[in-house]
Write a protein that binds this ligand. Structure first.
Ligand SMILES: [Mg+2]
Length: 229
């Protein structure tokens, strides 16, 4: 009983990051009347996504600091719409991050599956987000109580897919690697990370992406975990 440890990724696996992030962005966008500059919210978010993805990639590789990701993604987006104001980018970033912590949309079956698995296994979260944002997000989601430990990349000093965060996860939970599973939606951070580290893993493939890891279990929704565990 309770031998296995299941490490869930948070953003994009249990917590519907795209929906929640878009809702938070829209709130702050409307508060500051940015439609005056950007025509539409869709225009704004399209541009934002480009800068955000690129800056996150650099952050993941350790080339820039987290403050640069969180502020520059807005600074650069604003610049494309003719707004040059770094203080406003900082303010917008802080308001966006605060708003994301208030969003609570989970993926279908998230609550049910966590309740079900909680009775059989140790459940944990392993996440690359910013610590001060991830904790309130998880706390406000309504399912925090089902998880024993939260492991963040900031605490580990490296982000997934680096081995250091997986090592820290095992240490913090007293788990053995052969009893541990990583469940995540990101092919690089989660799946490549777990494969390289030698941990069992399950690819949550909501978007039906091509899976380059043929031997890795893949699910299309969280309910399928019931058949595996
Ligand atoms: Mg994810």
């Amino acid at each position: 009983m309770l031998m296995k440890h299941l490490f869930f990724d948070w953003d994009g696996t249990l917590w519907d990051f795209e929906t929640n992030s878009a809702r938070a962005l829209k709130k702050v966008f409307e508060k500051h009347n940015l439609q005056k500059y950007c025509k539409s919210f869709e225009n704004f978010i399209g541009e934002y996504e480009i800068h955000n993805q690129w800056l996150w990639q650099l952050y993941r590789q350790g080339e820039i600091k987290k403050q640069q990701v969180s502020v520059e993604r807005f600074g650069r987006t604003f610049q494309t719409f003719g707004i040059n104001n770094s203080e406003f980018a900082e303010q917008f970033s802080a308001e966006y991050l605060l708003n994301t912590t208030l969003q609570t949309q989970l993926f279908p079956f998230a609550k049910e599956i966590v309740v079900y698995l909680h009775s059989k296994y140790h459940l944990h979260i392993i996440t690359n987000g910013f610590t001060e944002v991830q904790y309130p997000k998880i706390e406000n989601s309504g399912i925090a109580k089902y998880f024993s430990q939260i492991i963040t990349s900031e605490e580990a000093g490296v982000l997934k897919p680096n081995a250091g965060i997986f090592e820290m996860a095992l240490k913090k939970t007293n788990a053995k690697i052969e009893d541990s599973w990583l469940i995540g939606d990101d092919l690089e951070a989660d799946i490549k990370g777990a494969v390289d580290f030698g941990m069992n893993c399950i690819f949550v493939n909501y978007k039906k992406n091509v899976n380059p890891f043929p031997n890795i279990l893949e699910i299309k929704n969280l309910e399928e975990l019931k058949k595996i565990f």
